[in-house]
Ligand binder design. Structure first.
Ligand code: NAD
Ligand code: UFG
Length: 352
């Protein structure tokens, strides 16, 4: 097995957890990240956790020259491409930045991969490509429609990947559509470390629990859901990390040369949901977090957040059938590990 993987965005939240899972599964990892939304400290901690120094290259995926140097000096089996910007609100204010970074960066990466005949890619897509779903649970054949530049940049990349496999059938490009990643490594050493005030629910709850923020605002209590609050498919980040290992294992199996050593198969463009298949409401999450942390989470109901949808949860069947992967961890596990990380690192990776 050729086992060296380039992990773009590997210093980030999901990337850092995936580096550990990849190492444990026998893959060798090279991280490439411009640290625009992450810290070198995350890589140091991953190295400590796995007992081995991770090779780290500080660089931008839009820098073709640097990428060429990296591909020339390593023989990669494939790339996991996490590098991207992810703040929905910021994407509305700075659409060019988001298209340039997320779509432009992916084009540059694919061009360099083609030059070096590395044709296996696992791309970080998002449930956001489904927009407001007509049918729940959402399966991979559901209509795709986005409402903001961040989502559009992910959908654009999916279209680029699809078009590429039509033009050249030697590509194997898996788009993993993540639902709502939360939680942290059980060691409490790595986790989500948002700059500024968090936009997302779980980091907001944990910062209220630790006393950095006073009160959670729950955006709407009049949705057609179990208790009127939004419903999402929260998935533990370590389960998500295992999903990437499963995707690479699948690529390895599918693209292995045939017995006579000639033919190589490819999988084309393959979109796969990574979710648990279960929906949890905002109020349910707050209640479980409060229970496992022993902290009170004060909250108030406010208006709905513009662009939010009532409910979103995955059909997780395709991942189970094709990748032989399914999420294992519960909402209580997600809350417990988030709280462990938050209480051990009240200031995230900022050690000062
Ligand atoms: P993150 O911001 O923690 O990680 C992304 C990493 O990419 C960061 O380390 C950042 O420094 C790096 N990066 C950004 N632009 C880069 C560039 N041009 N060149 C090199 N490195 C660059 O985010 P995350 O939560 O770990 O998300 C990883 C991926 O998954 C992103 O593409 C994101 O859009 C996608 N995703 C995330 C979520 C979520 O809720 N966290 C949901 C769906 C999809
Ligand atoms: N919410 C609150 N208060 C907050 C934050 C969130 O009530 O302070 C509610 C939202 O209204 C929503 C739910 O909590 O009902 C989840 O909101 P998040 O912001 O945590 O997550 P979203 O589902 O809105 O979006 C996330 C990522 C997107 C990604 C999407 C699907 O932010 O980038 O999941 O993967 F596309």
């Amino acid at each position: 097995m050729k086992n060296k993987i380039l992990v773009t965005g590997g210093a980030g939240y999901i990337g850092s957890h995936t580096c550990i899972a990849l190492h444990e599964a026998g893959y060798e990892v090279v991280v490439y990240d411009n640290l625009s939304n992450s810290s070198r400290e995350a890589i140091n901690r991953v190295s400590t956790l796995i007992g081995q120094t991770i090779e780290f290259i500080e660089g931008d995926v839009r820098d073709a020259e640097l990428l060429r140097k990296v591909f020339a000096s390593h023989e990669f089996f494939g790339v996991i491409h996490f590098a991207g910007l992810k703040a929905v609100g910021e994407s509305v204010a700075k659409p060019l930045l988001y298209y340039n970074n997320n779509a432009g960066g992916t084009i540059t990466l694919l061009e360099v991969m083609a030059e070096y005949s590395v044709k296996n890619l696992v791309f970080s897509s998002s449930a956001t490509v489904y927009g407001d779903p007509e049918i729940l649970p959402i399966d991979e054949k559901s209509k795709r429609a986005c409402t903001n530049p961040y989502g559009q940049s992910k959908l654009t990349v999916e279209h680029i990947l699809e078009d590429l496999t039509v033009s050249d059938d030697s590509w194997s490009l898996i788009a993993l559509r993540y639902f709502n990643p939360v939680g942290a490594h059980p060691s409490g050493q790595i986790g989500e470390d948002p700059n500024d005030i968090p936009n997302n629910l779980m980091p907001y709850i944990s910062q209220v629990a630790i006393g950095k923020l006073n009160k959670l605002s729950i955006f709407g209590n009049d949705y057609p859901t179990i208790d009127g609050t939004g419903v999402r498919d929260f998935i533990h980040v370590t389960d998500l990390a295992q999903g990437h290992v499963a995707a690479l294992n699948y690529l390895d199996k599918q693209t292995r040369p045939s017995e006579d050593g000639t033919a190589q198969n490819s999988v084309g463009f393959l979109p796969i949901n990574l979710g648990t298949g279960k929906g949890t409401s905002v109020l349910e999450l707050v209640s479980v977090f409060s229970e496992v942390s022993g902290q009170t989470i004060p909250y108030q109901f406010t208006d709905r957040r513009v662009g939010d949808i009532a409910s979103c949860y995955a059909s997780a069947d395709k991942a189970k059938n094709l990748l032989e992967w399914q999420a294992e961890l519960s909402i209580a596990d997600m809350c417990r590990d988030t709280w462990h990380w938050q209480s051990m690192n009240p200031n995230g990776y900022n050690l000062s």
